[in-house]
Design a protein around this ligand. Sequence first.
Ligand code: NAD
Length: 282
Amino acid sequence: MYKIISGKEISLAVKERVAAQVSEMKKDGIEPCLAVILVGDDPASRVYVNNKKKACEFCGIRSLEYLLPADASQEELNSLVEKLNDDKSVNGILCQLPLPKHLNEKEVLNLIKPEKDVDAFHPENVGHIMIGDYSFLPCTPAGIMEMLKYENISLDGKNCVIIGRSNIVGKPMAMLMLKENATVTVCHSHTKNLKEIVSQADVIVAAVGRAKFVTADMVKDGAIIIDVGINRNDDGKLCGDVDFEACKEKASYITPVPGGVGPMTIATLMQNTITAAKIQKG
Ligand code: NAD
């Protein structure tokens, strides 16, 4: 019998905790503020930015939105980041990815001050994560850890297999799982015997970006399945990387899409924003 891990429910608990902290901070004259930069009009990015804005409203965090045209220059974007870096009323800066092709993502991410880097993508913050001594954690992997904690799932000694090695999901996920004493394997597009490796996992994290990539024959009985993917199926409906209907029967826990990892990513962003405000106010 499987249990669905509800990101909706857990993210609400996280946001309520953040909202309570924000109201205490406001009594001390601190109003956390998140600035979000969106370049161009990619519809999926627009949805993410709107969801972040709604979460800020829920938590009592001031949110600023900067919309730049799709043909904005690198100089325009960089100078906006520098302006927000210098603005003491702004605690967190997030540049919505992906950027249009002519812009250099790395240059922008490296420009955001590490103490305002609520996505934890700056090399300095990435380094802190490597050595397990950090202020911010990347939102998606940290949201997943929060889900596991909420369900009282210990990773100690577990065999965790992550599919995907991106800088924003797969790699930091591996670091966080290692810190919790898991044995971690990271698979990617060059991995041989993927099915064999995944079928030995106690915990599977799928972050590939392909619908129905994880099939039931890859899942060990009783495995915990975390689905990070966001895809559209043939009917245009939102779905993850896991063949949910077939895999759930073999799982002990499974996250749905939508309503799983996605809301946790946003809740962690809220948490990171108030952490940034606290750090900046000393
Ligand atoms: P990415 O494109 O940067 O990385 C995909 C990874 O999948 C790569 O490391 C690649 O090696 C691996 N891969 C591709 N084909 C493979 C194969 N045949 N076998 C094994 N591995 C293979 O993607 P990303 O940014 O990590 O995102 C992954 C998915 O997660 C996407 O669907 C994205 O939309 C979603 N996502 C969701 C959230 C959320 O909050 N729910 C956050 C970030 C990303």
